[in-house]
Design a protein around this ligand. Structure first.
Ligand code: ATP
Ligand code: MG
Length: 226
């Protein structure tokens, strides 16, 4: 694995990404509900925390401790000691949580191994077509820019998950967040649902790798290669 990669723990996905997530840039993951975005973030986060590095996890949808426990198994208490979990209830709080997490990561007092914002566009979506849409877009952009700079400067991989909307024109699922987010993320992954517990990761954008895909399965204790 190249030194600048964080293994996802899923062999097929690591192979697709030439070793794993880039450690100096933002990875965007988009996909429909139930495609496994949250499970993937939790899975990677638990791996990082297990190795003793800190995870700053911003959860806008309310990850239950039960879900974390299912992935973490018996080591939950130890893992929680390496988790800084924020649960903002609106976009303003989300922006503050991202700013705090990024500042702490850049400060470098504790070894930070991962920044996660899941879902990064949940509150943004709620503001669409309302009077606050422009403010929301700006708040989202500021947070994304902070993640990009922090990842680069502090060498901490950052993941932002993104929800989708269905194009009326051709029925395809498109990521929210507009072109700013899609330019800011150096790696973009789309998660697709396959029958049963199977899921597919499609590499939509990467600065040095070709497009491709990899499959994995959702199991009671986390994610596994096919
Ligand atoms: P959303 O956009 O709604 O947040 P998501 O992409 O984050 O969705 P997840 O919540 O990560 O999706 O994935 C949930 C999927 O995993 C669901 O299809 C659920 O049925 C499945 N799932 C969750 N736990 C298990 C388990 N223990 N065994 C098998 N499947 C599971
Ligand atoms: Mg989710």
């Amino acid at each position: 694995m190249p030194a600048d990669r964080l293994s996802t723990g899923i062999v097929s996905v690591d192979r697709l990404l030439d070793g794993g997530l880039e450690t100096d840039s933002l990875t965007e993951i988009y996909g429909e509900g139930g495609s496994g975005k949250t499970l993937f973030c939790l899975d990677v986060a638990v791996r990082v925390a297990r190795e003793g590095r800190w995870v700053f996890y911003i959860d806008t949808e309310g990850v239950s401790v039960d879900r974390l426990r299912a992935v973490a198994g018996d080591g939950l208490d130890r893992i929680l000691k390496r988790f800084l979990l924020s649960t903002p209830t609106n976009l303003e709080e989300q922006e503050r949580a991202v700013a705090t997490a990024c500042a702490l990561a850049r400060e470098g007092k504790r070894p930070v191994g991962l920044l996660v914002v899941d879902s990064g566009t949940h509150f943004y979506r709620l503001s669409l077509s309302g009077p606050d849409e422009d403010d929301a877009r700006q708040a989202l952009s500021l947070g994304v820019a902070d993640l990009v700079v922090t990842s680069l400067k502090a060498h901490v991989p950052a993941i932002l998950t993104n929800q989708v909307w269905r194009s009326v024109r051709d029925g395809t699922l498109e990521p929210l967040g507009g072109s700013f987010l899609n330019h800011a993320a150096k790696t973009i992954l789309r998660f697709d649902r396959l029958p049963g517990n199977r899921r597919r990761v499609v590499l939509v954008k990467h600065r040095s790798l070709p497009e491709g895909s990899a499959d994995f399965r959702i199991t009671p204790t986390g994610l596994e290669g096919p």
